[in-house]
Design a protein around this ligand. Structure first.
Ligand code: 5GP
Ligand code: MG
Length: 180
């Protein structure tokens, strides 16, 4: 698996340090809000597990799974495959995401959760690729780990064809990895 990595963009240590920095801010923000922390599956699982363990405030864990019904990509029609299980009405919601790319999935997730009348919805993403953003999407992340260049990354939860999610760092694949 590691032999297919061309370049490591973010090491385990860098990620760990940044997570602690972000958690310090969130620990102040959510100290007395008892938020529902919503992870968007599946890419977020590794970040989610590391992040919530740095939180020192009471919170609830919940997950959503969305997918875009295939077809000709671009328009990105999304459906909820698994909704949050908690009632988020009147509650503070913190969305955790692995990557903010075109922004279509976060935009969809944000609107979906907002429609349930929560007290607030904020977004914390580990990675942001602003160069790829859909120009129609004005949504912004409230907390961002790293802004990265326009490269397809894997590891630390992120996949290529469902593989590489278990790499402990964020890297870029060698071209030959795409050939099989
Ligand atoms: P969006 O384009 O809607 O912002 O992101 C949709 C999803 O595409 C992300 O949640 C993530 O699963 C996937 N994605 C976007 N950029 C990358 C990337 O560089 N690497 C991987 N592995 N997945 C990505
Ligand atoms: Mg994905």
């Amino acid at each position: 698996m590691e032999s297919m990595i061309q370049e490591i963009l973010l090491t385990e240590e860098q990620i760990k340090t940044r997570i602690k920095e972000m958690a310090e801010v969130l620990n102040r923000e959510y100290a007395d809000k008892d938020p529902i922390v919503v992870g968007v599956l599946k890419g977020v699982v590794v970040f989610y597990a590391d992040m919530v363990r740095e939180f020192n405030f009471p919170c609830q864990m919940d997950f959503m799974w969305i997918s875009s019904y295939a077809g000709t990509n671009s328009t990105g029609n999304m459906v909820v495959k698994k909704d949050v299980s908690a009632d988020i009405t009147g509650r503070h919601v913190l969305i955790l995401e692995d990557i903010f790319d075109t922004g279509r999935s976060l935009d969809f997730t944000y609107k979906h959760l907002m429609s349930k009348n929560p007290a607030s919805v904020k977004i914390c993403t580990l990675l942001d690729k602003p160069e790829r953003r859909d120009p129609d999407i004005t949504l912004q992340a409230d907390y961002t780990g790293y802004v990265i260049p326009n490269k397809f990354v894997v590891g630390y939860g992120l996949d290529f064809n469902e593989h590489y999610r278990n790499l402990p760092y964020v890297g870029v694949l060698k071209p030959e990895a795409y050939e099989k």
